[in-house]
Design a protein around this ligand. Structure first.
Ligand SMILES: [Zn+2]
Length: 430
């Protein structure tokens, strides 16, 4: 398997579809789904080069088109090349929401903002504290605190969804700065003129929302090893995508790079290092809560198992072995090791789509939303040396899941997963 980083620059508004129109409003998604990119590549080569179309879409192993998420235009060297989805466990202040570190970065770039905008109170992740609290809930004399962490605020908090970037901060007290990324939207209104009355025809005034020109999106395309990588790179550089291309929408410039790039800012730490960092912080919290427990002797003084987390980076369509739609990935062995699902934060979503080749709508499926979090435990421990840990069968199985994803319709961008997202370690506001 090889991976390609795809950077899509919008040169005209893009309608990325996917949402049901209501009344006179036709809405769009705030990113380019993998299915839209895949559909556009398929239609382009089906019309112009049937041989290439057959190699890309009729091979035994499918090319996996990931969703392309909004990204900031690169302004300085330490900005990363990937956009991540905020986990369902991330929370922010109800009255002053948003990343405080991202705000400080924006003020550095544009000092006038300091007078115009209120400083947000930061975003924090509740997964580790909540997991430890729930493991000891019976012995805890206090309630679990989900209030804002800013001094003198104490407002309640709410989950924060969306996309974020993790920027390396070489000189600050924390190694990373976080900032939310959003696509700029564009609204177009149209009406049909009646030839009789010379006014807007009744029922034909409508408004279309689209992703504005000059937005940038990044995604990953996974290519099976037997395909010629240079040819796939070439095939991805299509001129248009999305709906309404005949009326000028969807003009794009697509650049493709091979991953992993040699530059370290583009890569997350190895899977074993992420698992270790997650468990180290979990142990730290376990010891703190253990000291607070009513009867500490009734509880183990350290976590008895190794925990790992799967955070969905796109919607995932999962089924039980009997074929029933489900909202949990209830696996019992991974890499030959017994694992157990302990907790999940999931919200459901209905997904459908349009099959261009058949000219028919796709089946409606139940999916777990992007950002959903699944926590598993394993009774063993990873070797302490990094090389040994990376070669462990469980780590190799998790790395494979990160590469190929989970569940159905993976070629269309569903089921992308990040193992032990480092954001889960941000237990204090960032
Ligand atoms: Zn607050």
């Amino acid at each position: 398997m090889n991976q390609l980083l795809v950077i899509v620059k919008a040169k005209s508004p893009i309608t990325a579809g996917g949402l049901r129109p209501y009344g006179m409003f036709i809405t769009t998604r705030d990113y380019i789904p993998g299915s839209v990119l895949r559909g556009a590549v398929a239609v382009h080569w089906l019309r112009t080069n049937k041989g290439l179309y057959d190699r890309l879409f009729k091979s035994q192993e499918a090319v996996l088109f990931g969703n392309c998420y909004p990204a900031q235009e690169r302004r300085h060297a330490c900005q990363p090349d990937y956009t991540l989805v905020l986990p369902a466990t991330a929370r922010t202040c109800k009255h002053f929401p948003g990343f405080v570190s991202g705000f400080k970065l924006r003020v550095q770039e544009n000092p006038d903002l300091a007078d115009l905008e209120m400083e947000p109170h930061g975003v924090f992740d509740t997964l580790i504290p909540q997991l430890v609290y729930e493991a000891m809930a019976e012995e805890m004399p206090v309630a679990f605190d989900l209030r804002c962490q800013r001094a003198n605020c104490e407002c309640s908090t709410e989950p924060l969804a969306g996309f974020y970037e993790r920027v390396i901060q070489p000189f600050g007290t924390k190694p990373y700065t976080y900032r939310a990324v959003r696509a700029r939207m564009h609204r177009l209104s149209h009406s049909a003129i009646s030839r009789v009355t010379r006014t807007a025809k009744h029922g034909l005034l409508y408004s279309i929302s689209a992703l504005s020109a000059n937005n940038q999106f990044r995604g990953v395309v996974t290519v099976p090893a037997h395909l010629n990588l240079a040819q796939v790179e070439q095939a991805l550089r299509i001129p248009r995508l999305g709906a309404r291309v005949s009326s000028g929408a969807g003009e794009v410039e697509i650049n493709v790079y091979r991953l992993p790039l040699s530059d370290p800012r583009c890569t997350l730490p190895p899977v074993s290092a992420r698992i270790r960092a997650f468990n180290d912080l979990l142990t730290e919290h376990w010891c703190d809560y253990h000291a607070l427990a009513g009867r500490p002797n009734a509880l183990p003084s350290k976590p008895p198992d190794t925990y790992f987390v799967l955070t969905l980076q796109s919607d995932a369509i999962l089924r039980t072995p009997a074929g029933t739609p489900t909202l949990e990935w209830n696996v019992s062995t991974l890499g030959g090791e017994e694992v157990q699902l302990v907790r999940r934060w999931v919200s459901p979503r209905r997904v459908s789509g349009w099959n261009v080749a058949w000219g028919l709508p796709k089946a409606v499926d139940l999916a777990c939303s992007a950002g959903s979090v699944f926590v598993y435990k394993w009774k063993g421990h990873l070797p302490t040396d990094e090389t040994g840990a990376e070669k462990h069968p469980l780590v190799q199985a998790l790395r494979e899941i990160e590469l190929v994803g989970l569940g159905e319709r993976r070629a269309e961008g569903f089921g992308r997963v990040l193992v032990c997202d480092p954001f889960h370690q941000e237990v204090t506001s960032v």
